[in-house]
Design a protein around this ligand. Structure first.
Ligand code: HMG
Length: 312
C-alpha cells in the first residue's frame, strides 16, 4: 500500500478517551491501536502523561505506549502537560510528544494551571531533556497552539499573540508547532488565515499539522482548507470521540472514517484501507457500550463503484 500523501494522525485513544467518563480497559485500547495500525494508520496519539487523579481514563498510558511500540512502522504519539510528563513519555519510548499551549491564557490556567510564561519554561525543560538523549532516541517535539481559533472562556485571541507564542515555542526548542481548534470555532477562511500567519512567522517547515474539532459541523471543510494551504498532517478521531474536559462546550474531533473517505475519494492517498478502518469501530462499540459513535460514511456506506486513491 502506498505510504500516503496525507498523514492522518489518530487521536482517539487520547483526545477521545479523555472526554468520556467510561474507562476503556487496557486490552481494548491495545486491540484498537493494533487494528487501526493494521488498517494503515501510521501515527496514533495513544494517551497522555497527566496525573491519574485528573484523567483516570489515561492512567495506563505507559503500558499503552509499550504495546504500541511493538507495532512496526507506527509513530507513537502522546500528550505531555509538563516536563514531568515528558520524562515519563521518554522513558516509555514515545516517538512524538505534544505539549499543549493554549493561546488563551485563561484556558491555559484552566487546563494546565499554568501561565504562558510557565508553560514556556516547561517547553524549554522538555527540549533540554530531549537534546540530552542520543540522536536516535530523540522524540519529535511539538508545541500545540490550542484555542488558536478562539476560546469559549476568553473569545477571540489576537493574531499578534498567536504569532508571538508560536515564535516563543520554536525558540524554546520545539521541532514544530501545531494549530488546534480546541473549541470548534474555526471556519475555512480562518484556517487559511492562521496557517499563513503562523507559517509566515516560524516558517512553513515548522507548521505541518492541524487538530480540528467538528463542534459546529465545519470539520471536513476546515480540513480541506488546511490541505489547500499546504498542511500534510490532519488529526482526527475514530467515531469522532473527543473534546477537552477543561474547555466548556468542546466536543468531538473530526471523524477519522469520514476524513479518510473524503481524501481517498478525492484521489489523495492516506495509506488506509477503508473497510479495515470501519471495522475497528466494533472494538469501540463493544468496549464503550452506550457511547455514541459518529460518522456519516459508516452510516451510509461507500458509494457503489467507489475507488480508493490508488485506483484513480
Ligand atoms: C500540568 C498539571 C500536571 C498541573 O497540575 P498541578 O496540580 O498544578 O501540578 P503540580 O505540579 O502542582 O503537581 C501536583 C501533583 O501531580 C503530580 N504531577 C505533576 N505532573 C504530573 C504528570 N505529568 N504526571 C503525573 N503526575 C504529575 C505531582 O507530582 C504532584 O503529585 P503529589 O505531590 O500531589 O502526589 C495538570 O494541570 C495537568 O496535567 N493538566 C492536563 C490537563 C489535560 O490533560 N487536559 C486535556 C489535554 S489538552 C486538550 O485537550 C487540548 C488539545 C491538546 O486536545 C488540543 C485541542 O483540542 O485543542
Amino acid at each position: 500500500m502506498a505510504a500516503g500523501d496525507v498523514l492522518i494522525s489518530e487521536v482517539g485513544p487520547r483526545d477521545g478517551l479523555q472526554s468520556i467518563t467510561a474507562i476503556m480497559p487496557l486490552a481494548a485500547k491495545k486491540a484498537w491501536i493494533t487494528a487501526e495500525a493494521a488498517a494503515g494508520v501510521r501515527e496514533i496519539e495513544v494517551g497522555s502523561f497527566v496525573p491519574a487523579k485528573l484523567l483516570p481514563q489515561l492512567a495506563d498510558t505507559a503500558e499503552v505506549v509499550a504495546h504500541a511500540k511493538t507495532i512496526p512502522g507506527l509513530a507513537v504519539a502522546v500528550l505531555v502537560p509538563n516536563a514531568r510528563g515528558a520524562e515519563a513519555a521518554i522513558q516509555a519510548g514515545a516517538d512524538k510528544l505534544t505539549l499543549p499551549l493554549s493561546v488563551s491564557e485563561t484556558h491555559s490556567l484552566r487546563n494546565l494551571r499554568r501561565t504562558h510564561a510557565q508553560v514556556m519554561e516547561e517547553a524549554k525543560a522538555i527540549a533540554a531533556m530531549i537534546a540530552a538523549l542520543p540522536p536516535d532516541r530523540r522524540p519529535h517535539f511539538e508545541g500545540s497552539l490550542s484555542t488558536a481559533f478562539g476560546c469559549t472562556l476568553e473569545g477571540p485571541i489576537p493574531d499578534s499573540q498567536i504569532a508571538r507564542l508560536a515564535e516563543e515555542l520554536m525558540a524554546a526548542g520545539c521541532d514544530e508547532v501545531g494549530l488546534s481548534d480546541t473549541t470548534g470555532y474555526a471556519d475555512p477562511a480562518s484556517v487559511r488565515r492562521l496557517i499563513k500567519l503562523v507559517r509566515d512567522t516560524v516558517g512553513a517547515d515548522a507548521l505541518t499539522g492541524i487538530h480540528l474539532h467538528n463542534t459546529r459541523g465545519l470539520g471536513l471543510a476546515n480540513a480541506l482548507a488546511a490541505l489547500d494551504a499546504g498542511l500534510t498532517t490532519l488529526d482526527s478521531s475514530l467515531g469522532g470521540l473527543g473534546g477537552c474536559p477543561f474547555a466548556p462546550g468542546a466536543s468531538g474531533n473530526i471523524v477519522t472514517e469520514d476524513l479518510a473517505f473524503m481524501l481517498e475519494a478525492m484521489g489523495v492517498r492516506t495509506g488506509i484501507d477503508l473497510d479495515a478502518l470501519f471495522a475497528v469501530r466494533t472494538i469501540l462499540a463493544d468496549a464503550l457500550p452506550g457511547e455514541p459513535l459518529y460518522g456519516f460514511i459508516t452510516a451510509a456506506g461507500l458509494p457503489l463503484g467507489f475507488k480508493p486513491a490508488d485506483h484513480h
